[in-house]
Design a protein around this ligand. Structure first.
Ligand code: VG1
Ligand code: CO
Length: 542
């Protein structure tokens, strides 16, 4: 029997860069998660009997929302729910499961790289039938619905056993608990030269993978240790924990400091990598050589043909606007189009569906391809392994060779976290006001060539997304981008992206900070960061 539970709207359920993210305590309020899930179902309007995928990154509060969402799906007319065992599905695995089983969509319960636990973050994201994050037209409609919602639907049924693979009925709906790893691992075997990687591992090639006590542990253990033969212990922090062991599951140089120290030390294995809370990000560090995510995108694109899944070449390369232009140079050399989209994976979906791009990437450690419709952490690690093992060179050698051919885009991102929202808004408003007069000015020795607020017109459906970040381009080819984060749950986070290009015959192996000195000073001057926020240095530099 379907129960209609009266409810009242919460006015703060606007999805950000990647779904709705709030503190767990916010999600624990009566009807809070239910209102959002019901709004998703109301907007999705799935055909009766269709399939819904549900998975999460295993963080605190996951199981409670999963059980509730299953009952609500039954009441909303879904015919079947596929849910990962233990409530676990990495974001890319969920995307694959949606596509493989023809589901009408999926709920991914994750706050990704944000910390987890009773006092930390939780999140809900809706993906559509193509396996990708719902586009803005849908997230806007979901938000509108959350502001008027007055009821949610459920059935009277007990919790299901999430830990045992198999099928149960909830009302008239079938719920199938699936192995979260099997389908994904099979897809990776299709795309990559596992034999070459296996041979290298057997021949002494070593690696370390830090799963950061998040969702990728079971995937990495199955693929790297069992199928590819890397030594037991290659996967570190491989058990998903509800609070990620108290750490931020964000694979950058600050939060994956232990891996970085290992890779720069005397006992470094040949290759190091890490992934984030929900398994869609990747960190790549060769022995003695950190590869920025922007460079990683370019280097993977330049060598992707060495993997069986990409042997026919790439159709195009897409990157988010703040990501460095290194990938554009590869696209130009390959004679394929390059696309520049706003931040967030949802903007790549149309390009991938239309067959206009094969590989996409973001400076925030997200890389992926048309094999799914999400960024994919382990996919990037496996493509790196495939390339290195087939070519028999190190990550450091590959990077040097790449720069010697294409030049180097020195790059860093500076994050100023938990700024008072009003101050951050004032800083951005003042930046916007200064745009008409910035061009021609010389700041910290750098002359501004062009400054604007980035607006994107989707080449497939024509939809326009404005106000996607402030770009300041200098006559030297350097660039600064300013934007506010859309994934934080506390105050505002200002992101400052710094990029300086050195041509192939330029200074290719200098310390990054030193190369970006002038740009860092210019960013302070242009945005008045200290004046607005009182901060003289970022909280996180990656
Ligand atoms: C950040 C990154 C963005 C990424 C998003 C989701 O967004 O900058 O590139 O797509 O997180 O990543 P923002 O708005 O905070 O800058 V994840 O791994 O949360 O799914
Ligand atoms: Co993520």
């Amino acid at each position: 029997m379907i129960l209609t539970i009266p409810s009242a709207p919460y006015m703060d359920q606007k999805p950000g860069t990647s779904g709705l993210r709030k503190k767990v305590r916010v999600f624990q309020q009566a009807n809070y998660a239910e209102n959002f899930v019901q709004s998703v179902f109301d907007v999705a309007g799935a055909d009766a009997g269709s399939t819904l995928v549900i998975g999460g990154d295993g963080r605190f509060h996951n199981r409670i929302v999963i059980q509730q969402a299953i009952r609500m799906a039954a009441a909303n007319g879904y015919g079947r729910v596929l849910v990962g065992q233990g409530g676990i599905l990495s974001t890319p695995a969920a995307s694959h499961v949606i596509r493989k089983y023809g589901a009408s969509g999926g709920l991914i319960l994750s706050a990704s790289h944000n910390p987890g636990g009773p006092d930390e973050d939780f999140g809900i994201k809706y993906n559509t039938a193509n396996g990708g994050p719902a586009p803005e037209s849908i997230t806007d409609a979901i938000y509108a619905q959350t502001r008027v919602i007055d009821r949610w639907l459920t059935v009277d049924a007990p919790d299901i056993d999430l830990d045992t693979v198999g099928e149960t009925m909830v009302g008239a709906m079938a719920v199938e608990v699936i192995d979260p790893v099997a389908d994904y691992a099979a897809l990776m075997e299709e795309l990559f030269d596992f034999a070459a990687i296996r041979a290298a591992a057997a021949g002494g090639f070593t690696m370390a993978f830090d799963a950061m006590s998040a969702v990728t542990g079971p995937y990495a253990t199955e693929i790297l240790e069992r199928r590819l033969g890397f030594a037991p212990g290659t996967v570190r922090n491989g058990e998903p924990l509800e609070d990620f062991g108290g750490h931020h599951p964000d694979p950058n140089l600050v939060h994956a400091a232990e891996l970085y120290a290992l890779m720069m030390g005397p006992d470094a294995p040949d290759f190091g990598a890490a992934s984030d809370g929900d398994g869609d990000r990747n960190l790549i560090i060769g022995r003695g050589r950190f590869i920025t995510p922007s460079d990683s995108l370019a280097m993977l694109a330049a060598n992707a043909h060495l993997a069986p899944g990409y042997a026919d070449g790439l159709k195009g390369i897409a990157r988010s606007m703040p990501t460095s232009a290194a990938a554009d140079l590869v696209a130009e050399a390959l004679g394929i189009p390059a696309y520049e989209t706003p931040t967030g994976w949802k903007f790549f979906g149309n390009l991938l569906d239309a067959g206009m791009a094969s590989i996409c990437g973001e400076e925030s450690a997200g890389t992926g391809s048309d094999h799914v419709r999400e960024k994919d952490g382990l996919w990037a690690v496996l493509l790196w392994l495939n390339i290195l093992c087939v070519r028999g060179i190190s990550a450091d050698q590959l990077a040097r060779e790449h720069w010697a051919k294409f030049g180097r885009n020195y790059y860093a991102r500076h994050d100023y976290e938990a700024i008072e929202t009003a101050r951050a808004d004032a800083l951005m408003a003042e930046l916007v006001d200064s745009l008409p007069t910035l061009a021609g000015q010389t700041i910290s020795g750098l002359t501004v060539a062009m400054a604007d607020s980035f607006s994107y017109a989707d080449p497939v459906d024509g939809s326009v997304s404005a106000n996607q970040g402030i770009r300041v381009l200098f006559t030297s080819g350097s660039r600064i981008v300013f934007r506010l984060s859309g994934t934080g749950t506390q105050g505002a986070t200002l992101r400052v992206y710094l990029e300086r290009f050195e041509p192939a015959d330029g200074r290719l192996d200098e310390p990054v900070e030193a190369m970006l000195d002038e740009l860092i000073a210019a960013a302070q001057a242009i945005a008045g960061i200290e004046r607005h926020t009182g901060r003289t240095a970022p909280d996180v530099a990656t």
